[in-house]
Design a protein around this ligand. Structure first.
Ligand code: CTP
Ligand code: MG
Length: 367
């Protein structure tokens, strides 16, 4: 009687297979759900045409300039009708200041194009905001921001793109679903005290790299480099932007031993951020794992801080992957965080009742 094979009692077995059925059906539904929200080829073509047109116009002011996409248009996390984030890089040494460029470009675009133009030369990061009204060929119009010399944003876009490439199905499905979910549940607005899309993407990557065991993704910023790297090549404005970006090579050498389905990961994501993440003391860092607010000087100590503002800034802490002194969640207010955590809990509750997959998705994303 030494090695009796373990056989689950029938009741447990039924339970396990019911769970399997639920997560398989939900994974399939999640995948189908995000696929129909991807941008159409026409939309991508129109956007690329817009980028080229704008680049041509900018070159009449700064001949040595390039206009590059960043954000969701460039990292594989774009949904239908998402905004365009563009960044102008100027390769000449003598160039106009960002705020002068914003003013000049604003005037030029006003004269030469049909866009509604709003130059913001005095913003923390000076940008020109553009929009195009809906038309039959472009039912949702276009919204676009043009910034200048934002090289860190180009690099963090490339980092997120590389993470998406390692495990496209699971990573993209999770991220795209959470973007839709957070928008429909109205917790995706830094202006209203909640979190940007960029913040949610970092939460997903953090979860897949540092919370899941075995991890779904490796830590691209901590892998050993294959060739020597020089400081000049990897630093931008004093920030180390190096990461392992040879994804073909990586996929030859590394494979996650985590085989969970998208649905299992999503259920666990909601559970982790509703129950386990230490909002009061922790900082989510995709570079270094869980850090302490204290060690970064990001305390949220109500008694010792005289400044309402600085206190308010660190309720929820997500370290930017490269600009490590920047808290990506700094706009999240007390009420915003309450709302966000409430939504994580609500989602967990819905999924715990194991409804049919389509019912689950429509309840989760109910507006
Ligand atoms: N970004 C950043 N720091 C922030 C917010 C944004 O560097 N605090 C940069 C990132 O490069 C990010 C890009 O701006 O990829 C766009 O941010 P956001 O609009 O929040 O994300 P998207 O993925 O573009 O989401 P959406 O489709 O909702 O626009
Ligand atoms: Mg965007």
């Amino acid at each position: 009687a030494q090695s009796l094979p373990y056989a689950p009692v029938p009741n447990q077995r039924r339970h396990a297979s019911k769970h399997r059925l639920f997560v398989n059906e939900l994974s399939h539904a999640l995948f189908e759900f995000v696929v129909q929200l991807l941008p159409t080829t026409e939309e991508l073509v129109v956007k690329e045409d817009v980028r080229k047109l704008l680049e041509r116009l900018i070159r009449t002011i700064e001949p040595e300039s390039r206009l590059l996409s960043f954000g969701s248009t460039a990292n594989g996390f774009n949904l239908r009708n998402s905004d365009m984030d563009l960044c102008c890089l100027i390769d000449s040494v003598e160039r106009l200041s960002a705020s002068d460029l914003v003013v000049m470009l604003g005037d030029l675009l006003e004269r030469e194009t049909k866009f509604h133009v709003k130059p913001l030369p005095h913003a923390r990061i000076p940008i020109v905001k553009l929009s195009l009204d809906p038309s039959p060929g472009l039912p949702s119009g276009i919204a676009c921001d043009i910034g200048f010399e934002n090289r860190l944003a180009l690099e963090n876009t490339r980092l997120l793109m590389c993470y998406a490439m390692i495990d496209p199905t699971r990573v993209r499905t999770l991220v795209l679903f959470l973007k839709v979910w957070s928008k429909r549940r109205k917790i995706n607005s830094p202006y209203h005290g909640t979190l940007s899309s960029y913040g949610y993407v970092l939460l997903v990557i953090y979860f897949l790299v540092h919370v899941k065991n075995p991890p779904v993704l490796p830590n691209l910023q901590q892998l050993p480099p294959v060739r020597p790297i020089s400081k000049e090549d990897t630093h931008i404005d004093g920030h180390n932007t190096w990461f392992f970006d040879d994804i073909d090579l990586l996929c030859q050498r590394w494979r996650s031993s985590n085989t969970e389905t998208v649905a299992e990961l999503l259920i666990d994501f909601f559970r982790y951020y509703s129950r386990d993440f230490s909002y009061n003391t922790g900082v989510a860092s995709i570079r270094a794992g869980m850090l302490k607010k204290e060690s970064k000087g990001w305390q949220n100590d109500l008694s010792s801080s005289k400044f309402h503002d600085s206190r308010e800034r660190n309720r929820f802490c997500i370290e930017d992957p490269f600009e490590t002194d920047f808290n990506v969640a700094r706009c999240v207010t007390r009420e915003g965080l309450y709302q966000i955590r409430g939504e994580f809990m609500r989602a967990s509750r819905i999924l715990a009742t194991r409804p049919r997959a389509l019912v689950a998705l429509s309840q989760l994303c109910e507006e």
